[in-house]
Design a protein around this ligand. Structure first.
Ligand code: PEP
Ligand code: MN
Length: 395
């Protein structure tokens, strides 16, 4: 039985049903011929910084879109997002005294795992769900929701444009130290795209050249599936989202498959349990991992375990829940003698009203007025500032 299973190719969940496999093949050949989007040395630098964060000598602040839009890949919008990331990081450092490793959910965050493959419109029409701009478009029409391989080329081009803006900005900022540069991370969901962009690194290995930091989502982190195999095959710093259903056995397997004792910072576990689960579940996980927990950069995602639906039917999140999860995260790690390595937030650079300040606001049946996210609700700059300030206090 086991032998038979080993011969079968590993499964990959959350992959689109592309409109044309012939076109997909052409697109992938074209991607394979392109120069890397990011340098292997920058990825290695980030691994070192994440290692510092794991030891408590720095703190990773990762912020940005749930689902990045192609239309945002213009210098003005990219700079507005980057300025917001660095504002949060500067405020964090001022309040905590810890250097911040600055990372966007940017320049490639174009693919989304979804809880259902279809969406039913109010008139009963059933459409394929929006899976991110690299796959289809959010407008509720059959044409927009068709998974077009040509979108992978657009994803690559828009990621490239965005990264050029980040790089120009970093180079133009006299006085910024290396630790104040802007790193780019995204969920490595579309395996054909990610695989097509794998390139040789400087050490005789291979790295994913689509972004500095690549993470595997909570829905695709099965140790015997292809996403984890992909993460194991590249030298980038990688992350895995850990939700409340993750078993300690699976997490231990992930640490052994993806961690590297010679490269602290190679593996981040991005915990997203929800405010009510974080204390008991993270404590149990740390207990089960024992000494192995120290080899990991522990990052808190206080967003994805705290999604609620408001009276108007919109997905939202309460700032108090976000803060409560961060508090539970920090105290569970401290109780085990470990240091929190970072925070991953979904943020907007403009004053959106997608997350709410108090749980009472969830009852309202009036839709939140400025709701612009293509996927999950993001913190406004003001809300993100509060969350970061509270995190700085806890450290
Ligand atoms: C996300 O980060 O947008 C996401 C889908 O997270 P998770 O895999 O933790 O649900
Ligand atoms: Mn999200």
């Amino acid at each position: 039985m086991t032998a038979t299973r080993l011969l079968l190719p590993a499964r990959a969940l959350q992959q689109p049903e592309w409109a044309s496999l012939d076109e997909l093949k052409d697109v992938l050949l074209s991607l394979e011929a392109k120069p890397p989007l990011v340098d292997a040395t920058a990825c290695a630098d980030l691994t070192v910084e994440l290692g510092r964060a794991a030891r408590g000598e720095a703190f990773v602040l990762q912020a940005g879109e749930c689902a990045e839009r192609f239309a945002d890949a213009n210098p003005e919008t990219v700079l507005a997002k980057t300025d917001e990331l660095h504002r949060l990081a500067d405020e964090f450092t001022d309040a905590s005294g810890l250097p911040a490793v600055r990372m966007g959910r940017i320049a490639g965050q174009y693919a989304k795992p979804r809880s259902s493959a279809t969406e039913t419109l109010p008139d009963g029409t059933v459409l394929p769900v929006y899976r991110g701009d690299a796959v289809n478009a959010p407008e509720p029409t059959p044409a927009a929701r068709t998974a077009l391989p040509s979108r992978l080329l657009l994803a690559h081009r828009n990621a490239g444009t965005t990264l050029s803006t980040l790089l120009e900005r970093d180079l133009g900022l006299a006085g910024r130290t290396a630790s104040q540069r802007t790193y780019a991370g995204h969920e490595a969901l579309l395996l054909e795209y990610e695989q097509a962009l794998v390139r040789p690194d400087a050490d005789g290995g291979r790295y994913g050249s689509s972004g500095h930091f690549l993470w595997i989502g909570d829905r695709t982190r099965q140790p015997d599936h292809q996403h984890v195999q992909f993460a194991a095959s590249v030298s980038n710093p990688v992350g895995v989202k850990i939700g409340p259903k993750a078993s300690p056995e699976d997490v231990r397997t992930l640490v052994r498959m993806l961690g590297d004792p010679r490269r602290p910072g190679r593996l981040s576990l991005i915990v997203r349990m929800g405010r009510d689960h974080i204390g008991p579940k993270l404590t149990a996980l740390l207990g089960a991992l024992g000494d192995e927990a120290a080899g990991v950069a522990w990052i808190c995602d206080p967003m994805h375990g705290n999604t609620r639906v408001n009276g108007a039917g919109q997905k939202s999140r309460v700032v108090g829940d976000v803060v409560a999860e961060i508090e539970g995260f920090v105290s569970a790690l401290h109780a085990h003698g470990l240091r929190p390595a970072g925070l991953m937030l979904e943020t907007a650079h403009g004053p959106v009203t997608e997350c709410v300040d108090t749980a009472a606001e969830l009852a309202s049946t009036t839709p939140l007025p400025r709701y612009e996210s293509a996927c999950d609700p993001r913190l406004s700059p003001h809300q993100a500032g509060e969350v970061v300030a509270r995190t700085a206090e806890l450290l």
